[in-house]
Design a protein around this ligand. Structure first.
Ligand SMILES: C[S@@+](CC[C@H](N)C(=O)[O-])C[C@H]1O[C@@H](n2cnc3c(N)ncnc32)[C@H](O)[C@@H]1O
Length: 510
């Protein structure tokens, strides 16, 4: 069944009828407040961004209701992509109606208490996408026996001992851990309360150490998401995998998931030492509403420039090229080392060569030596010199085939000088170079290759190139220095991975 907006309208209509047939007290007891269509759609759409494209989806909604998320799922993914969909709903008032409504779809809806259901034992039966708006039932509506059971179960599954004051949604979130396959993406629409109150402490610990917290979006306190439930909501996104070192979490605020009013990256370290997460958005001074923060690794593939193994032999001046009569087809423009690069923005001539006082060329030939000898005698003579001088036997050359071919490092508009001292004339250890030319670079530079999402934006917006470069230059020296390492004599170095951890604020329009 291909779900259309008409289907969704029909579902919402049934939801309203079912809600109307119950009293507010009854609905409070089981936390029966359906997710509005737009919000459900926004949430599933964001999940789509987090999932690997075309992955087969095993979906789980542990508090199904009539299926606001399921409806969005079927609108946003093709039926062939949705491999399995499982739901739990405790109340047959909603559950039976949902079964009937979705009967032409492959939904497996269990009319049962999710907190008592037995999770699948093997990973391939577990979900890889879990979206849930759990019941917000407060602790004083849970009986002592009920709480005891929930606490024991949570402890068995996650090793977390939840406080007596925890609301039902906290148990849902912890118990669902057993239903998630490795790398499962989870999106929870929950009250923001857990971020500030004592009983949320264990939830925050779980989010920071047992899984990889990806994003927390907080709706504005005045923008109550549910017309009939007076709580401030958050959407918490995480992945079931341990967090990488130096991990940062996106905190976004207001409006919608797709277009928040502001957003910033916060290190796990900061989150560990911040008792009230809802305050995070308002304490920082470096959040500008027109800027969005990214780690460089989310925008670029960062590679060290090419290692020739013998720059004196492979990198030649124009005069040397002429003197040795080397064929042009085996020469590529290459940037001089940062020491000799006196400008930070490199213009190009019509051929794409950099306009610099010193023009350098990289020798790079992939032809077998016999072919070189037959067709390019001057190049062959030059290579013979390399053999005679022992260059072909050097470690890096020996490991290339042929030894006079080079690693593939196409040109990129962005480069970084990753080694430097603070006590230079410029006073900055690292420089970002904007390269308009087709010149590549050796390993005295890190080359930042825009990832497709940035590359596409750059191709569509001619101003963005300079804006990104400016933003890179605005990364503070302190941040770069603390990502990198310092060597004796005050020499700072940045590895590609370390540069990838640095945070840049670039225009939200991107
Ligand atoms: C906040 S509503 C969300 C419904 C739906 N997923 C949506 O987003 O519109 C929570 C749903 O969970 C159901 N529920 C409450 N306790 C439950 C439990 N222990 N197991 C399964 N479902 C439960 C409620 O009946 C209600 O339909």
């Amino acid at each position: 069944m291909n779900v259309s907006t008409t289907t969704e309208q029909a579902r919402v209509f049934r939801q309203l009828q079912l809600d109307a047939a119950k009293t507010q007290t009854e609905r409070n007891k089981l936390g029966q407040f359906a997710t509005p269509t737009d919000l459900a759609f926004d949430i599933v759409q964001y999940a789509k961004e987090l999932l690997t494209p075309h992955s087969q989806i095993q979906f789980l909604d542990p508090a199904f209701g009539t299926g606001a998320f399921y409806s969005a799922l079927l609108q946003l993914f093709s039926p062939t992509q949705v491999k399995e969909s499982v739901g739990y709903e405790i109340d047959s008032h909603y559950g039976l109606e949902a079964i009937s409504f979705w009967r032409d779809t492959p939904l497996q809806l269990h009319l049962a208490d999710f907190t008592q259901a037995i999770p699948p034992s093997c990973d391939d039966k577990k979900a890889n996408l879990l979206i849930c708006n759990p019941p917000y039932v407060r602790h004083h509506h849970l009986s002592r026996i009920e709480k005891q059971r929930l606490q024991n179960q949570t402890f068995q599954i996650t090793g977390i001992k939840l406080s007596q004051l925890a609301s039902l949604y906290c148990y849902f979130l912890c118990l669902a851990d057993a239903w998630m396959a490795d790398n499962c993406i989870a999106g929870w629409l929950i009250p923001s309360g857990f971020m500030d109150v004592n009983y949320g402490q264990q939830i925050k610990e779980y989010l920071l150490s047992s899984v990889t917290l990806l994003r927390v979006h907080l709706f504005h306190p005045n923008d109550v998401q549910f017309a009939d439930a007076l709580v401030t909501s958050a959407v918490v996104w995480f992945k079931k995998t341990l967090p990488p070192s130096n991990h940062h979490v996106e905190f976004s605020y207001g409006k919608s998931l797709a277009t928040p009013n502001k957003s910033k990256l916060v290190s796990v370290e900061t989150l560990c030492s911040t008792p009230k997460w809802t305050k995070i958005g308002f304490t920082s001074n470096n959040t500008q509403s027109n800027l969005k923060q990214f780690q460089l690794k989310d925008l670029f593939t960062i590679k060290r420039g090419l290692a020739t193994g013998a720059n004196n032999f492979f990198v030649l001046t124009k005069e040397q090229v002429l003197a040795y009569q080397l064929p042009i087809e085996f020469l590529t423009s290459i940037l001089p080392s940062p020491r000799y690069l006196l400008i930070d923005e490199i213009e190009a001539d019509i051929k794409g060569n950099p306009i610099l006082t010193q023009q350098l060329f990289l020798l790079d030939c992939a032809l077998p030596i016999a072919e070189v000898q037959a067709n390019y005698p001057m190049l062959w003579q030059y290579l013979q010199m390399g053999v005679d001088n022992g260059i072909s036997d050097r470690y890096l050359c020996r490991h290339r085939s042929p030894w006079y071919s080079q690693e593939k490092r196409p040109p990129s508009p962005f480069l970084c000088t990753y080694m430097g001292r603070q006590d230079t004339k410029r006073g900055r250890p690292f420089r970002f170079i904007l390269n308009h030319s087709q010149a590549t670079a050796t390993n005295v530079y890190l080359i930042l290759y825009p990832l497709p999402v940035l590359a596409q934006a750059l191709s569509q917006n001619s101003e963005l190139l300079k804006q990104v470069w400016q933003a890179l230059n605005e990364i503070s020296d302190e941040m770069l220095m603390c990502e990198g390492r310092v060597y004796g004599g005050g020499l700072y170095k940045l590895e590609p991975k370390e540069l990838g951890n640095a945070i840049v604020s670039i225009p939200r329009s991107f």
